[in-house]
Every structure is written in structure tokens, then in C-alpha cells.
Design a binder for this molecule. Structure first.
Ligand code: APR
Length: 252
């Protein structure tokens, strides 16, 4: 590990354009339950497609809204962990560094990272289900009074449902975010892949895109993943340990 860590530090030192791709693993040490974790307890009798698709929301808006309120409640106590903080520190040192995340928990931003590309949206935000003012139509529900037992709040513009501003199963990723992410991974000279199983596309294809254009791919994950075979270097450690080690070595 030490020799690999040293090689990773050298690679970062020589890099001119770093992109970072993160998944649920980077939030594990913040105690964030993954989507799959949340489908337990009182929600265990549902399958994800009953709780996170536009069809499910149309069929039972209150059920889906209540599931997301439950997930938001689970996430509320979570704090950024040393991995999130170290990534924000790396961005201080490399101002053009950008994070592409599959996570919806906003912990990168809360750790101080800026201009985060959120492929799957943000569970802390909401929008009009019909995007009545344009795609997307953000809605600030803190300004809305409604009967919470009745289900989702009404859109202040059209009066119809408000929904979580996350990407659901079967939905396309926000095109601007996807294009931005592809631009970053195809123009970086180093891609840091942190805490993702590499099972969900299109983010799972991004390491191959970067590598095809000559970037060095470094994976940080205690286990192997679907992209491990692509990694030039693998730091087999929790991101909350490996990322601070990298940052400390670079700023020593
Ligand atoms: N540090 C780094 N990686 C970790 C840690 C840790 N402390 N703990 C676990 N991991 C790794 C696991 O080994 C696994 O490879 O994080 C990865 C998490 O994989 P997933 O739970 O599949 O998360 P992710 O890859 O982000 O899933 C992609 O699937 O659930 C949907 O839309 C959801 O964005 C999510 C997508």
C-alpha cells in the first residue's frame, strides 16, 4: 500500500487536470445509508421500483414523497467525513479539480467542494413534477404551508405535485450534467474514482472514457469493483483514510 500510495502522490503532483468520480462509498464513513440500506425496516416490503420511478410517484405520490422524507430524515444527522474534507482540500490545491458524484447527499458541498457535478441530483432539493416553468422547475418547500398528511406539497406555480429533485430509475440524467461530466473525464490527465461499485451507467463507463484518452485512473475502494480492472493504481482502503493521506503528503 505504501508504495502504491507513493506512486499515487507522484501522479497527483504531476497532474495538470484532475477529475474525481465518487459513489456511495465516499459517504459510508458519514453513516449515510445507501438507497439499498433505506429499503429496510418499514420500507422493506417495497421494491425500489415502487418508490423511485415517475410511474410509482404518479400511482402513489404520498408513498413516494414519504419515502424520500424518511431518507432525508436518515441523512440529516450525517456530517462530511475526512474523505469529503480531503477532496475539498485537494480542490483548494488544484482549483480546476472537479468532482462528479452519483450521490444525492450534498456532503461534498457541505465539506466545501464547489461546482460539484451531481449526476443523480440532490435529495435536499425539490422541483415541480411537471417542470411547469421549464426543466427543471426548482421549488423551495420551506416557503410552502401544506397538509403533510396529504402527501407532496403543491407546486407554487401550477398547484400540482412537487417531487424530490433526484434522478429516478428509468429517468435520463440531466443532460447538462452528463455533458459536463463527459467533458471533464475526457479532458483530464488523472481520474480519481472513489467509492463506487461501477455498476450503474453512464458513470460506470466514465473511467474507460478517461483511460481511452490517456488519463491515469486511480481507484480508492476497500473492495474491488467493476472498474478495478481499469485502474492503473488501486488504494485498497476506506476513502476517509486514503484521501487525507494523499492530501497530507501533497501539502507537507
Ligand atoms: N470508502 C470507499 N469506498 C467504499 C467504502 C469506503 N469507506 N465503503 C464501501 N465502499 C465501496 C464499496 O466497496 C462499493 O464498491 O463503495 C461502493 C459503493 O457501491 P454502491 O453502493 O453500488 O454505490 P454506487 O456505486 O454509488 O451506486 C451507484 O446506484 O443505488 C444506485 O443511484 C444509486 O447512485 C447510486 C448508484
Amino acid at each position: 500500500m505504501d508504495q502504491i500510495l507513493e506512486q499515487a502522490i507522484q501522479a497527483l503532483r504531476q497532474s495538470r487536470q484532475i477529475a474525481v468520480l465518487t459513489g456511495a462509498g465516499v459517504s459510508k464513513e458519514s453513516g449515510i445509508p445507501t438507497f439499498r440500506d433505506a429499503i429496510d425496516g418499514l420500507w422493506s416490503r417495497y421494491d425500489p421500483t415502487q418508490l423511485a420511478t415517475p410511474q410509482a410517484f404518479r400511482a402513489n405520490p404520498k408513498l413516494v414523497w414519504d419515502f424520500y422524507e424518511y431518507r432525508r430524515q436518515l441523512m440529516r444527522p450525517a456530517q462530511p467525513n475526512p474523505g469529503h474534507v480531503a477532496l475539498a482540500g485537494l480542490q483548494q490545491r488544484y482549483p480546476t479539480l472537479r468532482i462528479i458524484t452519483q450521490n444525492v447527499d450534498n456532503l461534498h458541498e457541505r465539506a466545501g467542494s464547489t461546482d460539484v457535478i451531481r449526476l443523480h441530483g440532490s435529495i435536499a432539493h425539490n422541483k415541480c413534477f411537471f417542470n411547469c416553468q421549464g426543466d427543471p422547475t426548482p421549488v423551495d418547500i420551506s416557503q410552502i404551508e401544506w397538509d403533510r398528511d396529504s402527501g407532496p406539497p403543491p407546486c407554487p406555480y401550477c398547484g400540482r405535485w412537487v417531487r424530490p429533485a433526484v434522478v429516478w430509475f428509468g429517468e435520463m440524467l440531466p443532460r447538462p450534467m452528463l455533458l459536463r461530466a463527459l467533458d471533464l473525464v475526457t479532458n483530464c490527465d488523472l481520474l480519481l474514482v472513489v467509492g463506487t461499485s461501477g455498476m450503474v451507467s453512464p458513470s460506470s463507463e466514465m473511467p474507460a472514457e478517461a483511460k481511452a484518452r490517456g488519463a491515469l485512473v486511480i481507484e480508492i475502494n476497500p473492495d474491488t469493483s467493476m472498474i478495478s480492472h481499469l485502474a492503473d493504481l488501486r488504494l485498497s482502503a476506506p476513502s476517509g483514510v486514503a484521501l487525507p493521506q494523499l492530501l497530507n503528503a501533497l501539502t507537507a
